[in-house]
Design a protein around this ligand. Structure first.
Ligand code: HEM
Ligand SMILES: *[C@@H]1O[C@H](CO)[C@@H](O)[C@H](O)[C@H]1NC(C)=O
Ligand SMILES: *[C@@H]1O[C@H](CO)[C@@H](O)[C@H](O)[C@H]1NC(C)=O
Ligand SMILES: *[C@@H]1O[C@H](CO)[C@@H](O)[C@H](O)[C@H]1NC(C)=O
Ligand SMILES: *[C@@H]1O[C@H](CO)[C@@H](O)[C@H](O)[C@H]1NC(C)=O
Length: 317
């Protein structure tokens, strides 16, 4: 057990070297805020009982945070004065449930004021979200600091749902993440919802010879078209990522193999043998998916970048 922990820890330290950030550790708050994880988990659990869409929102929020300026809580900051923050940038339709992080921060400030960063709260809440939906659990390394900068235009650095495999590879490798991490973390799409705009490119005017992306399963494409007609006026129209969208499982990979994934960027995982083989592996082994997802989450959430412990997750100190 201690051996496994030591192995994990050394990989965490190794990955934070990538981002020249803060040194993370599993026992970061053991002395300064021993109940922090319990308090956050209670807040996330209560919020999830009221609203089943909360876990997906927290998981995506953490991904979005880590991919821009490292996991530094930049996604949590509000726009201020002339500065438009990340949360007001283009992919914002999918960001919600910020209030859950506010509640968790409030509860944590009561027991240990000024100690726990918003970036750590979000990383822990994302882990709790996976656990609450039936996924694996793991120890989250802690000690992230919060950043002071959040700019809407930087959300362009997030991979778009229209990108191909080389663009995905580039986006992940720039952050020290491998193709295995790419395929395992894509499994986050076992949870949540997508708006029509994220897959519109595949079902209307795909290219000059095909109205519909021929790599989409025909009856699935037809159902997407009926949910998202071309002159769709319903701003909130869309569909669940996976029929079991509130359960963390490996169904998502089975759907990719059946050509029933929503985004071009997901279909792209089948376009080269390396990622195609990983999709097949996770589709057939829940255990392999569990293990790799956990390792990859630890890697992604160890990209650090902040400087302070914010008092309020929405504003810099
Ligand atoms: C590989 C590149 C990725 C792309 C191109 C991508 C793209 C997207 C898009 C377009 C949406 C739907 C937004 C909307 O229309 O509302 C979405 C939702 C989501 N993504 Fe990703 N994503 C990627 C990776 C990830 C990762 C690494 C995670 C977490 C481990 C993640 C977790 C989620 C979740 C949970 C949702 C549902 C959000 C909700 O229902 O509130 N995604 N993603
Ligand atoms: C989302 O971003 C768009 C484009 O930057 C902006 O016009 C819109 O006001 C934002 N919406 C929200 C709810 O922040
Ligand atoms: C995946 O992880 C969950 C939670 O740790 C566990 O209950 C489940 O049995 C695991 N599944 C497999 C096949 O290992
Ligand atoms: C992926 O898209 C980029 C940008 O459009 C393009 O330059 C590249 O050739 C494409 N790669 C593949 C493998 O299709
Ligand atoms: C349209 O896309 C299909 C499938 O990717 C492809 O076979 C076809 O050549 C494309 N047509 C044009 C004109 O690019």
């Amino acid at each position: 057990m201690a051996f496994v922990a030591a192995l994990l820890l050394s990989s965490v330290l190794y990955f934070s070297a990538f981002s020249q950030g803060n040194a993370l550790s599993f026992n970061y708050y053991t002395k300064t805020c021993p109940d922090v994880e319990y308090v956050i988990a209670q807040v996330v659990r209560k919020a999830t009982m009221k609203d089943k869409t909360v876990p997906a929102a927290l998981l995506r929020m953490h991904f979005h945070d880590c991919f821009i300026r490292g996991c530094d809580g930049s996604v949590l900051l509000n726009s201020k004065g002339g500065n438009k923050a990340e949360k007001d940038g283009p992919p914002n339709v999918s960001l919600h449930a910020f209030y859950v992080i506010d509640s968790a921060k409030k509860a944590v400030e009561v027991i240990c004021p000024g100690i726990v960063s918003c970036a750590d709260i979000l990383a822990l809440a994302a882990r709790d979200a996976v656990v609450l939906t039936g996924g694996p659990t793991w120890e989250v390394p802690k000690g992230r600091k919060d950043g002071k900068i959040s700019q809407a235009r930087e959300t362009r650095q997030l991979p778009a749902p229209t990108v191909n495999i080389s663009q995905l590879q580039q986006s992940f490798s720039q952050r020290g993440l491998s193709m295995e991490d790419l395929v395992a973390l894509s499994g986050g799409h076992t949870l949540g919802f997508s708006h029509c705009s994220s897959f519109q490119n595949r079902i209307h005017n795909f290219n000059s010879t095909h109205d519909i992306d021929p790599t989409l399963h025909p009856s699935f494409a037809a159902s997407l078209k009926s949910i998202c007609p071309i002159n769709n006026k319903a701003k909130n129209a869309g569909t669940n990522m996976d029929p079991s969208s509130t359960t963390f499982d490996n169904t998502y990979y089975k759907l990719i193999l059946q050509k029933k994934s929503l985004f071009s960027s997901e279909q792209a995982l089948l376009t080269i043998p390396r990622t195609k083989d990983l999709v097949s592996k996770y589709a057939s082994s829940k255990k392999a998916f569990n293990t790799t997802f956990v390792n990859s989450m630890i890697k992604m959430s160890s990209i650090t970048g902040g400087q302070e412990v914010r008092k309020d997750c929405r504003v810099v100190n």
